[in-house]
Design a protein around this ligand. Structure first.
Ligand SMILES: *[C@@H]1O[C@H](CO)[C@@H](O)[C@H](O)[C@H]1NC(C)=O
Ligand SMILES: *[C@@H]1O[C@H](CO)[C@@H](O)[C@H](O)[C@H]1NC(C)=O
Length: 157
């Protein structure tokens, strides 16, 4: 059995190396912030809602975030200090809806992006988002390797 696992792994590596064809991206390229909830004040006691949301995904250069505004929402891109203190004074970009309640932002470079709601005390109630953006390459290989391994191993067992 160990031999088969080894063979599967070798086979997978060969497959990856010979993949001159575009590798399918496992991770989405467009994200709706908060999924179905959108951009709104999290439920009472769920202050980590957006933190947990961001932790589910891998963000890489070129992805687009869509903020779907709930009632009284607004979003500003700010610096780290402003994010941590929920102070909207250091605004980098004020994201305005397109008239359909959506605001989009493309994450063009690696590093951290911070977003907060400047309305009422929404930020202190958890309406804040911190996104870490990396280069696409590592995510793609890891993201493809796992399903490929599963397919290859399913073939052997
Ligand atoms: C924002 O993104 C959404 C969903 O991806 C799209 O439907 C909408 O047209 C975009 N709006 C603008 C102004 O680009
Ligand atoms: C990313 O690049 C696009 C196109 O140049 C630009 O419109 C957009 O404002 C940039 N996004 C950020 C967050 O700077």
């Amino acid at each position: 059995m160990a031999k088969f696992v080894m063979m599967s792994m070798v086979f997978t590596v060969v497959l990856l190396k010979s993949a001159a064809i575009p590798i399918p991206k496992v991770n989405p390229k467009v994200f709706q912030v908060g999924d179905n909830i959108g951009w709104a004040v999290p439920k009472m006691g769920d202050n980590a809602f957006y933190k947990n949301w961001a932790a589910k995904y891998h963000f890489y250069v070129g992805v687009r975030l869509t903020f779907k505004f709930g009632p009284n929402s607004h979003v500003k891109r700010v610096d780290k200090t402003a994010y941590e203190t929920c102070n909207a004074l250091n605004t980098i970009e004020d994201l305005i809806t397109d008239g359909n309640g959506l605001a989009n932002v493309t994450l063009n470079s690696t590093g951290y992006y911070y977003f907060i709601s400047p309305v009422y005390d929404n930020c202190n109630r958890g309406m804040k988002l911190n996104i870490s953006v990396s280069n696409s390459s590592p995510a793609v290989s890891v993201g493809v390797l796992v399903p490929m391994m599963a397919v290859v191993m399913g073939f052997f067992f």
